[in-house]
Write a protein that binds this ligand. Structure first.
Ligand SMILES: Nc1ncnc2c1ncn2[C@@H]1O[C@H](COP(=O)(O)OP(=O)(O)OP(=O)(O)O)[C@@H](O)[C@H]1O
Ligand SMILES: [Mg+2]
Length: 266
């Protein structure tokens, strides 16, 4: 049962991956923890100095990591959905192959499959820590969750109408089943984001990164967002912060990153 889903967002280079890794490492003392990179420019392999790929890998007792391959997930999803459409409408199945190529580049396709996988992973670990891409992409991930849910509600209503015809013809409607499965997942995701998610908007002692932190807080104001100053060197700051440490790489280096204030907020 999921206890916490932790995100780190903010401007490029502020320390999202480092803080995700150090926090996941500490959380693994409390229970099974999965560190998930959803940033297409993955960097966990470099930070841990261990090869991490698109399959979940065990790093130490209770600590697991994965770098989601969004393109691989889109391909898999497109095959599954378009397969079901093809079954329903065999006359257009050859055209669907062509469509598969386009769906991979459609807006929000990557975010949709990443969210889908995150929901599945939420069922498997009590603690999930997400290493996100910089601000813009992270916002898109959250905003997609809401937008796609509305779209699936609409598709579901359409598919239900269609089902009446299919039943009449004595056929099973796999498409409806898929749409329903997805609609449920998105519903679950929205409630997880509302009830279990904690987002740290990370910045450094640098004005532009603090501005982006404010943007994140503003745009995600319906969620639990905490500002967090990383690589702190002495600037006056009332909120939670993490000091500068030397070489925060590998399990030993990451242990030196002081994430105590982060854990207190979870
Ligand atoms: N508390 C810290 N003390 C010292 N160095 C740090 C700290 N946090 C991060 N760094 C260093 O800052 C650099 C950027 O960190 P990191 O890769 O974690 O940032 P990021 O926000 O994930 O970047 P990107 O947006 O490119 O994904 C790295 O060299 C990292 O080692
Ligand atoms: Mg990063």
């Amino acid at each position: 049962m999921l206890k916490r889903l932790v995100f780190f967002g903010g401007k490029g280079g502020v320390g999202k991956s480092t803080l995700s890794s150090a926090t996941a490492l500490r959380l693994s003392e409390k229970g099974r923890t999965l560190l998930v990179s959803v940033d297409p420019a993955h960097s966990l392999t470099g930070i841990f100095g261990l090869e991490i790929g698109s399959q979940v890998k065990s790093l130490k007792e209770n600590l697991y990591a994965v770098e989601l391959s969004a393109e691989g997930l889109v391909e898999e999803y497109a095959q599954r959905v378009l397969g079901a459409v093809g079954e329903l409408l065999p006359s257009i199945s050859s055209g669907l192959k062509e469509y598969t190529k386009h769906i991979k580049h459609s807006p929000t396709a990557l975010e949709t499959v990443v969210l889908d996988r995150l929901v599945e992973l939420c069922n498997e670990y009590p603690f999930l820590v997400v290493d996100s891409a910089p601000t813009g992409q992270m916002l898109r991930l959250f905003e997609t969750a809401h937008m796609v849910r509305g779209w699936f509600e609409f598709l579901f209503r359409l598919a239900k109408e269609r089902q009446k015809v299919e039943r009449f013809m004595g056929r099973e409607d796999n498409l409806l089943r898929l749409i329903e499965e997805r609609r449920r997942k998105l519903e679950t995701l929205e409630s997880i984001l509302r009830e279990k998610a904690v987002i740290f908007a990370v910045a450094n002692e640098e004005r532009l990164s603090i501005q982006e932190m404010e943007t994140l807080r503003e745009r995600l104001k319906n969620f639990r967002v905490y500002p967090l100053l990383n690589r702190w060197l002495g600037m006056e700051w009332k909120g939670p912060k993490v000091g500068w440490v030397k070489e925060p790489y590998g399990l030993e280096g990451l242990k030196r990153v002081e994430v105590g204030e982060i854990l207190e907020l979870l």
